[in-house]
Design a protein around this ligand. Structure first.
Ligand SMILES: C[S@@+](CC[C@H](N)C(=O)[O-])C[C@H]1O[C@@H](n2cnc3c(N)ncnc32)[C@H](O)[C@@H]1O
Length: 327
């Protein structure tokens, strides 16, 4: 079983600007229920792998500013590296990375560092901030938020695999307590109004009701806090959004992909101010591809083999935009 006690302790004290203590009224019960419902043989296997990872101690060289990497001095032996690699490979697929941990390079399906590099110049300074990353997956961006100065980075993602990947990485980073992942969906959060910045990246189009998603994000922000939202977008005017049929780029759970003006309209309708689109990019195979750490199909398999501007279903190929907005 995973123990969230460190996080509970961290938030127990009332803080004038970022008070998360009221969360303790429901969080322990929610997480206990989640563990009971998710404790199957795979989850137990992953927990066992985490347990067998070495507890790395200082002196430890961490770099969370240029990537997510850790190395002891002297470096771990080849035998120890191989053992770490074998344990981490019990948690395939690694979707978001890369991580460079004691000579083991987790080359995940997504180069999440590229997304981070695109958005970082356009968002508020993270120094000293308390931040929330909704749909954080393995937690790659949580560590980058810490590297950029965040005091506390909290991620939520309901999937057991991603929680285990996060805890494995945390252990190899020397049990760093500046980031925490809670296995929850955004819809399970009370109105905390305690985060200086809230990130929702790659989540909006998976939500059945995008406007409710935006309001749920707003509920987590302090007054004046910043939302950083990244989503798939289509070309079009402020009245257009794509609601795909059964699948979009082979994904079943895609509901609405807005145009950039529609996304701005949605944010403004939800009461956000200072709404800006700060980056627009087309996803390519440099950023999303099959690797030894994620061997399933990837971007090239999701595009029309004769026309890369279309998905295999005939929709516009994935294009992504980053928006910032203030509460
Ligand atoms: C496309 S991934 C994006 C991961 C990461 N934020 C990024 O931008 O690379 C979407 C993530 O959202 C998570 N997710 C799905 N439904 C969610 C919900 N209701 N609340 C929070 N996270 C959710 C998924 O498990 C998945 O890890």
């Amino acid at each position: 079983m995973l123990d969230f006690g460190n996080f509970y302790q961290l938030i127990a004290n009332k803080h004038p600007q970022n008070d998360l203590s009221s969360w303790l009224e429901i969080l322990p019960a929610q997480l206990a229920t989640w563990q009971k419902e998710n404790l199957d043989s795979r989850f137990s296997h992953w927990l066992n792998s985490i347990e067998h990872l070495p507890s790395v101690t200082t002196p430890l060289r961490l770099d969370l500013l240029h990537g997510v990497s850790a190395q002891t001095e002297p470096a771990l032996s080849t035998g120890e590296q191989q053992r770490i690699e074998k344990l981490l490979k019990t948690m395939l697929p690694w979707r978001k990375g890369p991580f460079d941990l004691h000579g083991v390079y987790i080359d995940a399906e997504w180069r999440s560092d590229l997304k981070w590099d695109r958005l970082l110049p356009h968002i508020d300074d993270l120094t000293g901030k308390t931040v929330l990353d909704v749909g954080c997956n393995s937690g790659y961006h949580l560590w980058r938020m810490v590297g950029a100065g965040a005091k506390l980075a909290v991620g939520i993602d309901p999937m057991a695999l991603f929680l285990c990947q996060f805890e494995a990485v945390r252990k190899l980073l020397g049990n760093d307590q500046r980031a925490h992942l809670l296995p929850l969906g955004i819809e399970e959060l009370p109105k905390l109004e305690a985060f200086d910045m809230v990130f929702s990246m790659g989540v909006l189009y998976h939500r059945r009701s995008p406007l409710d998603h935006l309001l749920q994000l707003k509920n987590q922000l302090v007054k004046g806090g910043q939302l950083v939202l990244e989503t798939l977008v289509i070309e079009g005017d402020e009245h257009q959004a794509l609601m795909p049929g059964d699948r979009y780029a082979q994904m079943r759970n895609v509901y609405f992909i807005p145009s950039v003006p529609t996304m701005i309209n949605w944010l403004q309708k939800c009461g956000f101010g200072d709404v800006k689109m700060v980056d627009l990019s087309t996803t390519n195979q440099n950023e999303q591809r099959t690797t030894a750490w994620s061997t399933e199909q990837s971007l090239t398999d999701f595009l029309d083999p004769n026309d890369a501007s279309k998905t295999i279903e005939g929709y516009p190929a994935p294009m992504r935009a980053v928006f910032t907005a203030k509460k």
